[in-house]
Ligand binder design. Structure first.
Ligand code: ASP
Length: 332
């Protein structure tokens, strides 16, 4: 898909839910963002988050409600229900939620539960811990009353069986969002800031398609897939999680913003750092960052072209934008 900013169009919050996946829209000039999410499907998540924020006035409620949308969507093969399984056929989910009071909850390698983001929130609110994994996380979720849900859909199982025919030992890292292909990797990260400068964030994923059993990426790790810091801002990541984890990407971006960088400059700095550190090892990998500061200014930057993100302003208007990237597009 070629992204053309001149195809710009502004939508209301309600219209955002119905956005066709391939369209990209321009940011309303000068608008301060309330909620921003990774990828074009973030528009529907933002609409749900915005509606929840209007209802309860809570940013943490809002980012949780936003995360529910792709988690429940069987056509999204990289988050929640319908996510592609690991190499052995198990759908395992990772999620984290964080506010700006130092509260954080996360789960990783969680099976059989539809909304890992809500289990992460329970970890944050009901335990003295910040992170539960695997069978312990599953047991905790069931004890908390989350219903058991079969997450492997027939479509995802078929894709996995197809992959098994030529299975390579390591998960493949694609360079762009290729929805519907076996190479899909599109975590949703959501970061939000209200008019008073309060902040919250959530990140949820089924991880890399056909990953090794037990593999956990950046997404549920505080400071890697998500970071929120009071009076500074918040950042989230998508792409090959190992590359984000190596540099604690979201923490790095928040730290750069603390030192005075704009969200855009901070995201760019993190991508440049990965490119320099990893050289040819990230030639074909996608890594993308998205950040918001306490004034509601947004920035994004990716290693490869193709990364999009959804921005919802304080009035509920949503736009989908194409991020700038270090590597130029090879398409015309
Ligand atoms: N960052 C995620 C992971 O490595 C994948 C993604 O962004 O889709 O698990």
């Amino acid at each position: 898909m070629e992204i053309r900013r001149r195809d710009a169009l502004k939508l209301g919050a309600a219209g955002a839910a119905a956005l066709p996946a391939a369209r990209v829209f321009a940011q309303p000039s000068g608008a301060r963002a309330l909620i921003v999410s990774t990828w074009d499907f973030g528009a529907a998540a933002n609409a749900a988050a915005y509606a929840q924020w209007k209802k309860s006035g809570s940013l943490i409620d809002a980012v949780e409600a936003g995360a529910w949308v792709p988690e429940a969507d069987p056509t999204n093969h990289s988050v929640g229900y319908g996510g592609y399984p690991d190499r052995d056929g198990h759908v395992t989910l990772d999620a984290i939620i964080m506010d700006d009071r130092g509260n954080v909850g996360a789960v990783a390698a969680l099976e059989d539960v539809l909304h890992p983001i809500s289990v992460a929130r329970r970890v944050m609110e009901k335990t003295p811990h910040t992170f539960l994994v695997g069978e312990g996380a599953r047991q905790f979720a069931l004890e908390q009353g989350f219903p058991r849900t079969k997450l492997l859909t027939p479509e995802a199982e078929a894709a996995w069986r197809d992959w098994l025919k030529t299975a390579k030992y390591r998960p493949i890292a694609n360079i762009e969002n290729q929805r519907g292909s076996a190479l899909d990797h599109d975590t949703i990260g959501i970061v939000a800031c209200d008019a008073g400068g309060r902040l919250a964030g959530a990140c949820t994923t089924s991880g890399m398609a056909f990953k090794l059993r037990g593999r956990v990426g950046d997404s549920p790790q505080a400071g890697c897939g998500l970071m929120v810091e009071p009076d500074v801002g918040a950042a989230t990541a998508t792409g090959v999680g190992e590359e984000v984890t190596r540099i604690a990407g979201s923490a790095r971006i928040v730290s750069s913003m603390r030192a005075g960088m704009s969200p855009m400059a901070a995201c760019r700095e993190a991508v440049l750092h990965i490119a320099k550190l990893r050289g040819d090892a990230v030639k074909d990998a996608q890594v993308a960052f998205l950040a918001i500061n306490r004034e509601g200014l947004v920035g994004a930057y990716a290693l490869q072209p193709g990364f999009t993100y959804a921005v919802t302003d304080m009035g509920g208007a949503t736009s989908v934008l194409a991020a700038e990237s270090l590597r130029p597009s090879t398409k015309n």
